[in-house]
Write a protein that binds this ligand. Structure first.
Ligand code: FAD
Length: 466
């Protein structure tokens, strides 16, 4: 048993954990980071954001190449070498996780590999390959993230039932796959497999895909993919029977097929569960709720003043960039700064094709909060760049406070929507109004121009000088 004494221990090396550890080290705090994985980066870099985007890049190029045949360029049917596709994805992950290892070393952040659990309010025990390490600390940041939710009525040990991690492994290209859950992760993986030739069915219990986004945005997405995905809304899976020749899935609900449907694979993408209950936080006196979330204040402090928590396990939205910013705040507060986490907006992006992206308040949220608002939209069918890029299935929408004309939210559906969203986020954070955005000269012809044009559509955005 080895022993370490440190000022700060960070449990979990995902985007939240490594960002907190690096910021703390930069602020002169002696820092140890613990992760069961040998590579830093957590879910996001190893089995989440990054590998999925490497595969989505491949999917996008395939689809764009196919679409070009309508404009006189035909590359023929694509041939796939799964080993090389996998190598590409793995090389992207390795590059980034290797970079993190370098940055960690440079900052003298010590990585202890193993599974960590609290044993007291200032001690953590890590069970590693080479035995146990006891770490005593002044402060701790819990950044243990989340894991995919599994469904009890679906065979757990059948390799044809996969979660997002299994889908990213790309072991084969199934002929027909059911994506169970119409959220961002399921749709992204469906986009990848569809481009590789898999027939995709999506089943969603609610009445719209990506329930957090506004209906008008999702409607345009759904219309665009209707020939690629068979989407069953207000429908649920009630049973999955594993037979030698496939998985037979029984459905119930509005769009349920009357007979069980045979699939080669079922991707379960019904959400993620926080890992708060798995780290014995209670032994440190930290309260964890029923679901595994840890409650924190605006400074990311738990009910134990020396212990902080960040990332997926402190609540929705479970997104890497939220975890990063929370990690920075926790480290800064530990160093004595008075910072707190109170963003006006956290962007969300579904990197599907077309992408769906939103930031600030959605219309749904504004209504729930009783805010009087107005919207202005610009359809991409009227955008020169969208027409020239054959990407007219898109829309840019801005949501304004009715009294102040300040932008309080925005949503975009269309190719590269995620890249465009930053401008709206900045406008919200800086309190810009419709006139500020309308008077900002956007380059022509760009898709970004649609943000300025949406603001111009808002009545009252152009006023005379006083
Ligand atoms: P995590 O990244 O979950 O990291 C937690 C770490 O803690 C892990 O490395 C784990 O091994 C370690 N750990 C847990 N318990 C212990 C323990 N007891 N001892 C030691 N180590 C432990 N988000 C986006 O913003 N954009 C995207 O495009 C995006 N795409 C995604 C795609 C997929 C397929 C998935 C699954 C997720 C995606 N996400 C995306 C979500 C994103 O990955 C998470 O929000 C983010 O990783 C959360 O960061 P975190 O720091 O809270 O924890």
């Amino acid at each position: 048993m080895s022993e370490i004494k440190t000022q700060l221990v960070v449990l979990g090396a995902g985007p939240g954990g490594y960002s907190a550890a690096f910021r703390a080290a930069d602020l002169g705090i002696e820092t140890v980071i613990v992760d069961v994985n040998s590579k830093l980066g957590g879910v996001c870099l190893n089995v989440g954001c990054i590998p999925s985007k490497a595969l989505l890049h491949v999917a996008k190029v395939i689809e764009e190449a196919k679409a070009l045949s309508a404009h006189g360029v035909d590359f023929g049917a694509p041939k796939f070498d799964l080993d090389k596709i996998r190598d590409w994805k793995d090389s992207v992950v390795d590059k980034l996780t290797g970079g993190l290892a370098g940055m960690s070393k440079m900052r003298k952040v010590k990585h202890v590999q193993g599974y960590g659990k609290f044993t007291g309010s200032n001690t953590l025990e890590v069970e590693g390959k080479d035995g146990k390490t006891t770490i005593s600390f002044d402060n701790a940041i819990i950044a243990a993230g989340s894991e995919p939710v599994s469904l009890p009525f679906i065979p757990q040990d059948d390799p044809r039932v996969i979660d997002s991690t299994g889908a990213l492994e790309m072991k084969d290209i199934p002929g027909k796959m059911l994506v169970l859950g119409g959220g961002i992760i399921g749709l992204e993986m469906g986009t990848v497999y569809s481009a590789l030739g898999t027939q995709i069915d999506v089943v969603e219990f609610l009445d719209q895909l990506v329930p957090a986004a506004d209906k008008d945005i999702v409607k345009i997405y759904q219309k665009t993919v209707k020939d690629k995905f068979n989407i069953m809304l207000e429908t649920k899976v009630t049973a999955v029977e594993a037979k030698d020749d496939g998985l037979y899935v029984t459905f119930e609900g509005k769009q349920a097929p009357s007979e069980p449907v045979k699939y080669d694979k079922v991707l379960v993408a019904v959400g993620r569960r926080p890992n708060g209950k798995l780290v014995d936080a209670d032994k440190a006196g930290v309260t964890v709720d029923e679901r595994g979330f840890i409650n924190v204040d605006k400074q990311m402090r738990t009910n134990v003043s020396s212990i902080f928590a960040i990332g997926d396990l402190v609540g929705q939205p479970m997104l890497a960039h939220k975890a990063v910013h929370e990690g920075h705040v926790a480290a800064e507060v530990i160093s004595g700064m008075k910072h707190y986490f109170d963003p006006k907006c956290i962007p969300s992006v579904a990197y599907t094709e077309p992408e769906m992206a939103w930031v600030g308040l959605t219309e749904k949220e504004a209504k729930e909060q009783g805010i009087s608002f107005e919207t202005a939209s610009f359809p991409w069918a009227a955008s020169g760049r969208a027409i020239a890029s054959a990407a007219t299935n898109g829309m840019t929408k801005l949501i304004f406070d009715k009294d102040t004309h300040r932008v309080i939210g925005g949503a975009i559906v269309g190719t590269n929507a995620g890249e465009m969203l930053g401008e709206i986020g900045l406008a919200i954070e800086m309190g810009a109004d419709a006139e500020d955005i309308a008077l900002t000269i956007h380059a022509h012809p760009t898709l970004n121009e649609s943000i300025g044009l949406a603001a111009e559509m808002y009545e009252g955005s152009i006023t005379d000088l006083p």
